[in-house]
Write a new protein. Structure first.
Length: 170
């Protein structure tokens, strides 16, 4: 009997099925990840009691909360989170601000999550933010701008993993 026509063993079929299953799960995970973003309600908004109002806007915009926690970043952790801005003149100010009080971190899910969330929060400087955006309503200045939103799918996944283990994502 040639190699080609040899009947497949049960083990071979099981192995093929397992590989197909892993491929399927990877595809599903990829699809999910591209529909997720990460946010933090920053210390200024927490201090002013805006957490509830901001979460309501996020909810009304159609986001599902995949993970959420209130926590207080150390200077070290805040610096690590915003390490991409290390060389910028406002870096120390940003680290001091982000570690000044509690924040609420969350992973959010919706179609086109990253892009739509950036629209929902508005421009970095609230003076330039469109009417009805979270920063226009709740932010005071370019430094103290109430909320963070990931700027890409890749960063959303990295930032989500910075705060939440897989077991904390629902
Ligand atoms: P975030 O990453 O927090 O969502 P962003 O993507 O709109 O904000 P970035 O350019 O990534 O803006 O800046 C990160 C954060 O650094 C800003 O949200 C703000 O808190 C702070 N920041 C940016 N520019 C300035 C500035 N000129 N002066 C003071 N702080 C600034
Ligand atoms: Mg940014």
């Amino acid at each position: 009997m040639s190699r080609k026509s040899k009947p497949k063993s049960r083990i071979h079929k099981l192995a093929v099925d397992s590989i197909k299953r892993i491929d399927y799960l990877c595809d599903q995970k990829f699809k999910t990840m591209t529909n997720r973003t990460f946010t933090m309600i920053k210390p200024d908004a927490t201090e002013k009691g805006h957490t509830g109002g901001i979460l309501q806007m996020i909810n009304k915009a159609g986001y599902r909360i995949v993970a959420m926690k209130m926590t207080h970043l150390s200077k070290e952790k805040a610096g690590e989170f915003y390490a991409v801005h290390k060389e910028r003149p406002f870096y120390q100010e940003l680290v001091d601000f982000m570690s000044r009080g509690p924040i609420t971190a969350a992973i959010l899910e919706k179609e086109n999550a990253v892009e739509d969330f950036r629209k929902l929060i508005g421009a970095t400087n609230p003076a330039n933010a469109e009417e009805g955006t979270i920063r226009k309503i709740y932010a005071a200045s370019v430094g103290e701008n109430a909320i963070h939103g990931s700027d890409s799918d890749e960063n959303a996944a990295i930032e989500g993993a910075f705060f939440f283990s897989k077991l904390e994502q629902f």
